[in-house]
Ligand binder design. Structure first.
Ligand SMILES: [Zn+2]
Length: 829
């Protein structure tokens, strides 16, 4: 897929460590960065998910105030929906991580994360903090504060409310509030306090809005004595764009959530309410905080010199500032303050590079390479202004080093081709937080140094040592892959290290509803030339696995081979894991190289274990022909086919009594009565089908935006009742009812191993005379809910309404969910 690199990526010239294309600043952008060099203050914005952040404020503080600005998103948004592809859970979290980075490249902020996992919707902060490891997430927030040293923290959410927003949201505000004090306490995470030092932020705000008050009117009447109003729509003539326009472009990077955003110009007030610290008298969040160079010991003369550079700055010849910038660099080197020295040296170095029109890159000939492989590196060094000397090029974590005494004359391109052997010790590219299996609420991170970082830092970097105006500088650049596309032109991609062989199971889960065998395709792909070996599979106890084991040879990188494995389940119910590995004379490969490729983010690599779950259900079935009427989209039809049902998907226009009578049951897809308008006119036919002896099963619909009031043949009212805890207690109300007894005897063990939730949008009122509630469900701290599974006889048939999340449980292979659903289909047979 082609990457369209927006001009906007370099609009603000933010220096992103992970940008693949070297940034090139124009003269206005250089001036903006000079202003940033002259400001020593920091703002940290805190919320729970990618897309919670207010890009207007992040851009405002970064580009208007010139503060060091960052967003700490506690999670990576694994629990969200994906509107651009099929990736879910950790793969979606990876996409959303990159969307945040793409947003920050535009608004100029930095990005941090904690180890908290977005496990899905949570009703209360209490539940959230129980599932997350509260102490560990708090430590991560404290670590970010100690490292980033914000003067001001801004929470997206209100720590005082609960129940009216996602539990993750309120938790993010409460953890931030607690971390505000804990970061300054050297007894908290004391080992880290010693290495990082403690830090006391000065103010904490809550980024309120009318939304938190219910209406614009109520917000207008609210007491604003503790609030500051910031015009986030302010125009920036240096770049010819207003802050809200930058913020919209940034927000539009959340493409997997469908958050494309059209900018609004003109004044736009953002309100922040003071929670901790002293109220500023002048609408300035930094009031009373020294944000000038005199903040650091020895900084005063640097400040004076930076002011001089700004005053004398020539927009037609930025290189005139080089000499003074070199002096600034040398003065900063002498500062005692580690924090500001590190930040300001990097800023100054990048300014020197920009003023000299420096272009440095080390380009590989392919995007994916394996450890031990020798590749050709195309190295470019071009300087457009002034004179520098290229002294050395080396690659970190390798013995590659070349010395030079090459003068970089004005606008002369130096281009070299070098052979480089990837050290065999180079780790594979893989997100650090996904290296180990994670718990429901937390990622397991073994290398503690990485905690907080948005991605795994690359170990292979090209270091260019240059002498500019007598100063020796080291410019670190990631190795990148670049090629020319006949349509797009120059295309950049990340350079990534992968295993030589990838093994992909055709399906992550194989579910058997009877004793028939199934065929599982396995794809083996080479990422290196000349590899041969054999594929080996484990044979789980009682299972039969048939395939021909033979020598396989891959002569070319990119070559794929497909083999078919026949899997036969045992006679009784059983769960097992099928593991595949490719064995060469030197190594074993047991991972699948997953590539995630979208236009708005760099290509992502993720390594997954080459395993498939095998599930032989202990299930009995009556009736086998099912009509499925699709709603918002779910994999229920495929799942039912997997276990041996014959499922026909019917379009609304195909719903006739004659047609329906061919089936043992009609199943309605999730949210069909929210999304399929034509269904409103088919209810009478569906009910008549039931009346004549049919079986109709309706899955959940949301209570808002229903296309009909006649959801059922009897009164039924859908509410927002839901049980998000997948481990929650289940009580059997109608113990004798066939749904719990025939043909499968349902017991509490059928409610074990459910995933994500029990169900949602349960009815809370129904015709008591006709509907029988089958189950009662309870979420901690709430009362019992009886509406998750309701059955009514109607004429000779049965109508069933269920908010249980079969659509989530089926693809996860939850045996009990299949057994219960088989009973729903069998009802009356
Ligand atoms: Zn959120």
């Amino acid at each position: 897929m082609k990457k369209h690199y927006l001009v906007l990526l370099v609009l603000l010239g933010s220096y992103n460590l992970f940008a693949q294309q070297p940034s090139q600043l124009n003269s206005s952008q250089i001036y903006q960065q000079l202003e940033k060099l002259d400001f020593l203050g920091s703002v940290l914005y805190v919320a729970a998910h990618p897309d919670d952040e207010n890009t207007k404020l992040i851009s405002y503080f970064s580009n208007q105030i010139h503060a060091n600005t960052a967003y700490l998103s506690l999670t990576r948004g694994d629990g969200g929906q994906n509107l651009i592809g099929s990736e879910l859970r950790e793969k979606l979290g990876l996409i959303r991580t990159q969307e945040l980075l793409a947003a920050r490249k535009i608004d100029g902020g930095q990005q941090f994360f904690s180890r908290a996992n977005d496990f899905g919707y949570s009703k209360t902060p209490q539940e959230t903090l129980e599932i997350w490891n509260k102490e560990e997430v708090l430590k991560d927030v404290v670590k970010t504060i100690r490292k980033f040293q914000p003067d001001v923290i801004i929470n997206r959410f209100d720590h005082r409310t609960e129940g009216n927003t996602h539990g993750h949201h309120t938790s993010s505000a409460r953890l931030s509030l607690e971390a505000f004090d804990k970061a300054a306490d050297d007894n908290f995470a004391s080992a880290e306090a010693k290495t990082l030092g403690t830090w006391q932020p000065q103010r904490l705000f809550f980024n309120t809005s009318w939304w938190f008050y219910g209406s614009q009117e109520k917000f207008e009447e609210a007491d604003k004595s503790k609030m500051l109003a910031i015009d986030a729509g302010v125009y920036n003539p240096l770049i010819g764009i207003s802050n809200s326009e930058i913020a919209s472009h940034s927000r539009s990077q959340h493409k997997s959530q469908g958050f494309g955003n059209t900018p609004v110009r003109g004044e736009q007030l953002e309100y922040i309410e003071l929670i901790k610290g002293e109220i500023p008298t002048n609408n300035d969040v930094f009031e009373g905080i020294n944000t000038t160079w005199s903040r650091v010991k020895g900084g005063e003369k640097i400040g004076k010199l930076v002011d001089k550079i700004k005053e004398e700055y020539d927009f037609t010849a930025p290189s005139k500032s080089l000499r003074d910038l070199v002096k600034v660099y040398q003065l900063i080197e002498k500062l005692d303050n580690d924090h500001w020295r590190t930040i300001k040296l990097e800023e100054t170095k990048n300014l020197i590079a920009a003023c000299a029109g420096l272009y440095l890159e080390a380009v590989t000939q392919s995007a994916l390479t394996t450890p031990g492989e020798t590749i050709s590196l195309q190295i470019e060094a071009t300087q457009r202004e002034a004179i520098g000397v290229l002294k050395e090029i080396s690659i970190s974590n390798s013995n590659f080093k070349k010395k030079f005494t090459t003068t970089l004359n004005s606008n002369q391109r130096i281009s070299l081709t070098e052979e480089f052997t990837i050290p065999t010790t180079t780790p594979y590219t893989n997100p650090y937080w996904l290296e180990k299996p994670s718990e429901l609420g937390m990622y397991e991170v073994s290398n503690k140094v990485y905690i907080g970082l948005p991605e795994t830092p690359s170990t292979l970097k090209a270091n260019f040592v240059l002498e500019i105006e007598g100063l020796i500088l080291n410019f670190e650049k990631e190795l990148v892959y670049k090629y020319n596309d006949p349509v797009e032109g120059e295309v950049y991609e990340p350079f990534q290290i992968v295993p030589a062989i990838s093994v992909k199971m055709g399906k992550p889960i194989l579910i058997f509803g009877n004793e028939n065998s199934k065929v599982l395709p396995i794809t083996i792909k080479a990422f290196s030339n000349n590899i041969s070996g054999q594929l080996k599979l484990n044979v789980p106890k009682k299972w039969k696995i048939d395939y021909t084991q033979e020598d396989m040879r891959f002569s070319k990188k990119g070559e794929e081979k497909l083999i078919y494995v026949t899997v036969t389940p045992p006679h009784e119910g059983s769960e097992a894991q099928l593991e595949a590995r490719f064995i060469t004379s030197e190594k074993e490969y047991d991972q699948h190289v997953v590539e995630i490729d979208y236009e708005h983010i760099p290509k992502q690599i993720l390594l997954e274990a080459a395993t498939a779950k095998l599930i032989a259900l202990d299930i009995k079935k009556k009736g086998d022909k099912i009509a499925y009427i699709e709603g918002a989209g779910d994999v229920v039809p495929e799942s039912l086919r997997e276990i041996g049902y014959q499922v026909n998907v019917l379009q609304p226009e195909q719903i006739t009594l004659k047609k329906l009578n061919e089936f043992d049951a009609v199943v309605i897809g999730i949210r069909a009565y929210n999304t399929v308008n034509d269904l409103a006119f088919k209810q009478s036919i569906l009910f008549e089908y039931v009346n004549q002896g049919g079986n109709m099963i309706v899955q959940y619909n949301t209570n808002r935006g229903l296309i009909t009031e006649n959801l059922a043949p009897y009164a039924l009212h859908v509410s927002r009742d839901r049980v998000t805890d997948e481990f929650s207690e289940v009580k059997f109300l109608a113990k004798k009812h066939p749904i719990l007894n025939s043909p499968n005897q349902i017991t509490s063990s059928d409610f074990e191993n459910w995933v994500q939730e029990r169900g949602l949008y349960f009815p809370n009122e129904w015709d008591k005379e006709h509907f029988t509630p089958i189950l009662s469900l309870k979420e901690k701290g709430e009362s019992w809910m009886d509406g998750s599974l309701l059955v009514a006889s109607y004429g000779k048939g049965n109508y069933i309404y269920t908010g249980l999340s079969f659509f989530r449980e089926f693809p996860a292979g939850v045996s009990g969910s299949y057994r219960l659903f088989a009973n729903l289909i069998s009802l009356g047979k």
